[in-house]
Each structure stands twice: as structure tokens, then as C-alpha cells.
Design a protein around this ligand. Structure first.
Ligand SMILES: *Cc1c(COP(=O)(O)O)cnc(C)c1O
Length: 455
């Protein structure tokens, strides 16, 4: 093995020559090799251990190449997987996006009189209709929507206080904590109640002349049971109205259909329309959770408030681009037309056990001669993406107990496949939940399994 003493560290050119055929633009490759060799060199100076420089560079290149954003097959059973890009888009949304990308469009052009026009007026009308709201608009994501709302309504003295229940001071995903968002929004937190119990009188007693708004954050990614109490949305909205304060609810997931129909014992996720009907002034939710569209943050509610948000300088910084707007426009049209099965995540949630079992049986045919114990198992899919944490949808999985390698090694090989296949490992088996695998990938999945098992 070539020892990485300072003398025998290979040159950039030699490594480039050896790595002929690596798919990465040459300047990026050269920069990476230089960086790695510099690290190896400084390590070689500090210690006497031998370092295989070429191998180190090779590993670094492999690691970086795998970090390139690329399609993967999701076998995890988590439908809206935050680490796997949340909601995949449907065909019509992709077509609209692709058309907007390749052609000029009327993004800010009024086709009636040929002058400069407002952005996304049609989409805003669709969103308002879908939410049963006077008006709606859209920014980059739901976190941005919340920051904008706070900046507009809770960041000027003397009214900065935002009343929120201690049971709702939550963390949603990585790096999104309600108290921190409030701070970024220029608001001050006025916590009320306790983790498990907040009463309506906690709200009314907290109101003072510094109060800017009342915020309700939907417990989208966890649930509490036992000795718990929180007032109904309509009671909170009533108190806000009496005190002439805006009442805002951050819904997060943005369910537009009766989620209780997804599984027996399924819970009902409040829809934006329901929450607004209960007297809330503004709701915020994500475009790429249960709505099944692109990443976006939707704000719907009172026309005056939405108009004020659109005039805020921050709105310009948080607005969406034409690709997102086109995909969202198409997705919202599907909701309004009731064509829910054209939205991939909803189609996945509703796929029947019988269909999944048929697919599993067909896959088993492909795996008849592999060195592993392969079986069809039942499992439970989750919605994910911080939505419906209690919901489990009965599903069907392919379970593989490999003979020649550990299940961890098989899972690693599958991740190195093109396209990478993401699985779960438990009880000595690699499990692939077919609910989250698009049927169009079944053949590729079977092929990859055969290849990875017989390597
Ligand atoms: C997911 C979630 C958010 C954040 O939404 P992003 O679109 O990821 O910014 C905010 N609030 C709630 C309640 C959520 O569930």
C-alpha cells in the first residue's frame, strides 16, 4: 500500500488519470482532489500512520457524487418523507412547470391591456376558493409564511406580544422551533397555560395593551393524550374578535380531504376552510405536505390582512418563483376538480391492500432464485412530513433476509444502486413497503434486488 508520506502523495494529474470516467465536471473534480490531497498531506505531517491517498480521494468523490440530488425509490413506508423531498408532483403539475420553464410566460404581465400585471392572481383566486377564504397568497414555505405574518402584525411597538399556549411551543422538523420563529418575526412570546392544559380564561387573562395577536399552532407532528385540555378554535377566535386582535392558526399540513377516511380509527385533520369558518382570521400551511404540491407556504383568510402582507417589503424577499407557482396552480386545480388520485401522495395513501399484494406477488416472481429468504409481509405506512402522527395505514412489504450478507450491507448496496433504493432494516430483515414505491418502479426494484443480493 502506498504510504502517504510527504514524498509519495500522488499528483492531481495522476489521480485524474486513474479516475478516468468519473461523472463530475472537471473543475469540480480537480477542486475536490486538491482539497482531499491537502488534508492527506497535513495528516501525513502530523502522524506517521500510512494513508492510502488514492483511496481517500476515491471515497471523497463517491461521497460527493452521491450527494448530487437525484431520484430515489422510497421503500420506507413514510409517504411524505422530509428527507426524501416530501411530496412528489403529479404529471400535470410537472408538465405545467416544464412549460413555464422553457417558454416565456405572463408571470407579471396583464394580457388584457398589455401592461405590467400582478403575480399569480389566478392561483390566489384558486387558493382562496379552496380554503373558503376572502383572499389567499403564497410564499416560499410555511415557515416563511409565519415569519411574514409576525413581521406584519406583531413587530411594531407597543404591540409585539403573541399569545400562545405552552402546549404549542413545538419544534417542527429540523431547525423550526416556534419560539425562535417568533423571535425572527420580531414578536415577543407570551406563553400561557401549561404543556398539557390551557384554558380559554388563560387566553383572556393574557390580553393586554401590548398584545399583537393570538397564535394557534396545530399539533401536526405529535399528539397528547391523558390529562389534556385546550380550548376549541372557535372559542379562541371569539376572544380575539372581542379584543379586536388578529387570530392566526398555523396548520402546517394543509389537509383538503377527510383524512379520517384513510384508515379505520383515522383522525380528522382540520382543513383550512373549517378553521376559517370557526372565526380564525388567517391560516398558514405548506404546499408540499398533504396538499401534494411543490414547496410553498400558503396564507389564506381576511382580504385586508392578505393585502397588507403582500405590501410588506419582506413579501418580495419570500415570494415563489414561476416554476413553483405553475406547479401549485395545477395542483390546486386538481383539488378543486376533485381529481385527487392525480396527486401522487393522495393516490399512495389510498392504494388498496389488494393492489399492493398483487404487486408484491409479481415481485416475488422476479426474486425466486436469489440467495435470500424473501417473503410478503404486512406492515404499516405513515403519512410523515409532520402530518397525522397517529395515523397508520395498513400496507404490504417485501421482506428480505439475505443469506450471504448482513441486512445492513444489503441496505447499503441498495442505497448505492442507480436509482438508490431506501429501505428499513429491522429484526434481521430488509423491508420495502410497496405503498411508497411507485408501481412504475417495480421492475427496476426487482432487478436491483437481484443484482444487490448476488454481488
Ligand atoms: C411543517 C410545519 C411547518 C413548516 O412548514 P414548511 O413548509 O416546512 O416551512 C410549520 N408549522 C407546522 C404546524 C408544520 O407542521
Amino acid at each position: 500500500m502506498p504510504r502517504a508520506s510527504l514524498r509519495n502523495i500522488p499528483s492531481v494529474d495522476r489521480i485524474l488519470h486513474e479516475l478516468d470516467g468519473v461523472e463530475m465536471p472537471r473543475p469540480a473534480l480537480v477542486a475536490l482532489i486538491r482539497r482531499e490531497l491537502a488534508t492527506v498531506r497535513s495528516e501525513a505531517m502530523r502522524s506517521r500512520s500510512s494513508i492510502d491517498a488514492t483511496q481517500r480521494v476515491r471515497d471523497a468523490i463517491d461521497g460527493l457524487r452521491r450527494a448530487k440530488i437525484q431520484p430515489v425509490i422510497n421503500g420506507t413506508g413514510v409517504i411524505i418523507h422530509t428527507n426524501l423531498g416530501r411530496s412528489p408532483l403529479g404529471a400535470s403539475a410537472i408538465a405545467a412547470m416544464s412549460e413555464s420553464a422553457s417558454e416565456f410566460n405572463n408571470l407579471e404581465f396583464d394580457l388584457t391591456d398589455g401592461s405590467r400585471g400582478g403575480r399569480a392572481a389566478y392561483l390566489e383566486h384558486l387558493l382562496a376558493t379552496l380554503c373558503g377564504a376572502e383572499a389567499a397568497t403564497v410564499v416560499n414555505n410555511c415557515a416563511a409564511a409565519l415569519v411574514l405574518v409576525l413581521r406584519q402584525f406583531a413587530s411594531t411597538d407597543p404591540r409585539r406580544e403573541v399569545i400562545i399556549s405552552r402546549g404549542e411551543l413545538v419544534q417542527i422538523g429540523g431547525g423550526f422551533r416556534i419560539p425562535e420563529i417568533l423571535e425572527v418575526g420580531g414578536a415577543t412570546l407570551r406563553e400561557i397555560g401549561t404543556t398539557n392544559k390551557t384554558s380559554i380564561s388563560d387566553y383572556s387573562r393574557a390580553i393586554n395593551r401590548r398584545t399583537a395577536l393570538i397564535l394557534k399552532v396545530h399539533r401536526s407532528n405529535f399528539f397528547m393524550s391523558g390529562f389534556v385540555e385546550s380550548p376549541l378554535t372557535d372559542q379562541i377566535a371569539k376572544i380575539a374578535r372581542k379584543a379586536r386582535l388578529p387570530c392566526v392558526e398555523d396548520l402546517g399540513s394543509g389537509a383538503m380531504f377527510p383524512t379520517e377516511s384513510l384508515a379505520t380509527g383515522g383522525t380528522h385533520e382540520p382543513t383550512p376552510a373549517e378553521v376559517l369558518r370557526q372565526g380564525v382570521d388567517l391560516v398558514t400551511f405548506s404546499g408540499d405536505k398533504l396538499l401534494g404540491g411543490p414547496q410553498a407556504g400558503i396564507i389564506a383568510g381576511r382580504a385586508k390582512m392578505v393585502a397588507a402582507l403582500k405590501r410588506h417589503p419582506l413579501f418580495r424577499a419570500l415570494r415563489c418563483d414561476k416554476l413553483v407557482l405553475s406547479a401549485l396552480q395545477e395542483t390546486v386545480e386538481l383539488h378543486l376538480r376533485g381529481q385527487l388520485d392525480a396527486i401522487p401522495i393522495i393516490e399512495m395513501m389510498r392504494a388498496s391492500i389488494d393492489d399492493l399484494r398483487t404487486r408484491a406477488t409479481n415481485l416475488m416472481e422476479l426474486l425466486r432464485e436469489v440467495p435470500a429468504n424473501v417473503s410478503i409481509g404486512s406492515c404499516e405506512s405513515q403519512v410523515g412530513g409532520g402530518s397525522l402522527p397517529q395515523l397508520r395505514i395498513a400496507s404490504i412489504a417485501i421482506e428480505i433476509r439475505p443469506r450471504d450478507v448482513t441486512p445492513q450491507e444489503l441496505a447499503a448496496r441498495l442505497r448505492r444502486n442507480t436509482p438508490p433504493i431506501i429501505t428499513t432494516v429491522s429484526a434481521g430483515r430488509v423491508r420495502i413497503d410497496l405503498r411508497t414505491v411507485f408501481p412504475r418502479h417495480d421492475l427496476a426494484l426487482g432487478d436491483a434486488l437481484r443484482r444487490c443480493l448476488s454481488q
